[in-house]
Design a protein around this ligand. Structure first.
Ligand code: G1P
Length: 291
């Protein structure tokens, strides 16, 4: 069995929910406290043992490439001022094997993954979506890799969401629970069903481990929901020829794809950050007393 070494991070979305901030800036560069959201995603991949990461991006995304490049002028400046902690923070992100492919005519998540076909080749790989930050003792991507090492088959991360929200997600129709710790065989995968049609409340949450056969399915997949080539549809077809498992995530998920989720995540991370936690806690108490 080939090891899982490569990751795809789709980042071609226009970020319209964050306009005007995203007119010239990639939404993946918006910070949670002091770190761009994409850096959290890249760190999860690295902490899970991923060696090569390809970002599928589009226009106005140059800042992502610059962020993972070296910046000699800044590094010299930090050295001269003896700001070695900051130097370490800046240098850490330049030693990662990052590659960039442009999706010139974005046609949906499935199409973004297909764009990276030649980069992936004939190996299992992971896909990490940037709108979800995950926290757990073992990184979620590592949990999926561990599942793959047991089953040798594709596995997606799922989580129970409120029934009224299922139409925002891909949803699974679970067949059987394979293990007590939340591994499911799946009957079908449905992209953004209406709540009354949803087969369950188990939603796909932005982390996928896929075998390379998914590319054959993606090549055949016609535009689906919203006129886009949906990864969920290709996964549903893959499930007809290989098993695709669902792994239930039990950790913390932060949805940073909406304004409110982004603000909440900034507050929660700010309450944990050593440089901001005390002042932020005091400020929130003061503010709450006034509300
Ligand atoms: C995408 C997927 C969907 C998945 C979701 C997770 O949707 O198409 O199946 O549940 O990510 O965040 P998007 O949020 O890009 O519309």
């Amino acid at each position: 069995m080939k090891p899982v070494r490569k990751a795809i991070i789709p980042a071609a979305g226009l970020g319209t929910r964050f306009l005007p901030a995203t007119k010239a800036l990639a939404k993946e560069m918006l910070p949670i406290v002091d770190t761009p959201t994409i850096e959290y995603i890249v760190r999860e991949a690295i902490a899970s043992g991923i060696e090569d990461i390809v970002v599928v991006d589009g226009k106005s995304k140059r800042s992502i490439e610059d962020h993972f490049d070296s910046n000699p002028e800044l590094e010299d400046n930090l050295k001269q001022k003896n700001k070695l902690e900051l130097l370490k923070v800046v240098e850490e992100t330049t030693d990662i094997n990052m590659y960039f492919i442009r999706q010139s005519h974005p046609k949906g998540l499935g199409d973004a993954v297909l764009t990276a076909k030649d980069f992936i080749g004939d190996e299992p790989f992971v896909v990490l979506l940037g709108d979800d930050l995950m926290q757990d003792d073992v990184p979620l991507t590592k949990q999926l890799i561990d599942r793959y090492n047991q089953t040798g088959e594709s596995t997606l991360a799922v989580m129970e969401v409120p029934h009224s929200q299922v139409s925002e997600y891909g949803v699974i129709d679970p067949a059987t629970r394979v293990t007590d710790d939340g591994l499911y065989r799946v009957k079908s995968f449905v992209e953004k069903p209406r709540p009354e049609d949803a087969p369950s409340d188990l939603a796909i949450i932005g982390r996928y481990l896929l075998t390379p056969e998914i590319f054959e399915e993606l090549e055949k997949t016609k535009p689906g929901k919203g006129g886009e080539v949906q990864l969920t549809d290709a996964i549903d077809s893959l499930n007809d020829r290989q098993h695709v498992y669902a792994h239930e995530f039990k950790g913390e998920r932060y949805d940073i794809g909406s304004k409110i989720g982004f603000l909440e995540t900034n507050i929660e991370f700010g309450l944990k950050h050593p440089q901001t936690k005390d002042q932020l806690r005091a400020y929130i108490k003061e503010l709450a007393a006034k509300l």
